[in-house]
Design a protein around this ligand. Sequence first.
Ligand code: SF4
Length: 254
Amino acid sequence: MKRKTVIGKKIAAHRARASKANVRARKAKPAARRSNANAKAAGTNPERVREILQKLDEAYPNVTCALVHESAFQLLIATILSAQCTDETVNRVTKDLFAKYRTPRDFALASPAELEKEIRPTGFFRNKTKSIMGAGKKIAEEFGGEVPRTMEELLQIPGVARKTANVVLGTAYGIAVGVVVDTHVIRLSNRLDITRNSDPKKIEQDLMQVIPREKWILFSHQLIWHGRKICQARKPKCAQCNLDPLCYAKDKTV
Ligand code: SF4
């Protein structure tokens, strides 16, 4: 009986130690993951990056934003509408939208119920209505009806985060302040091992370090087009990809 009690105490002590160790391990895991994610991607040596850029130039020498627009303001509205939506749908919607609402003030004074109906096909139409009406109001009242040309000012506009600001600055004004990081750029820059981050802000910082500034605007368009046409999310068409010799992504299909 006494022996059983001693053994029982030993088992209980062992279990307590194991439980504490598990807690410690669970706590330690995220830190390990973080340090791994922050490690510099192995594929960023300048020679390899130069080759990637050259291949992209060969495949997509003159690509630009697929959102149809005639002004920086239209591009800003179209980019807000493009969240979680295809560019084709946005272009279909903006064809009538831009004919009806011609200035930032027109959007600011729109009927929310009508506008919601008009942009409904783009999804998340209630939030997008608030954003584009707010953007119209801010630009009309505080920026003299002109879309501003600095990142700092653009980020004050409702519905505008770094991605939209980079699209407008790069495509409408030719100003390279950062790199557009959308879903395609996130996926491709990871597959190409130019970054090991999943957070768009960190990815942008990584890309800004390894891509020459004069390439920032074109590079993001090239990745977006490549992501749409070839390096698709579920089944990349690696057999048709000119980056294949440089790519060692785990989910390659050749
Ligand atoms: S080889 Fe495949 S995975 Fe790599 S970039 Fe090309 S399409 Fe994407």
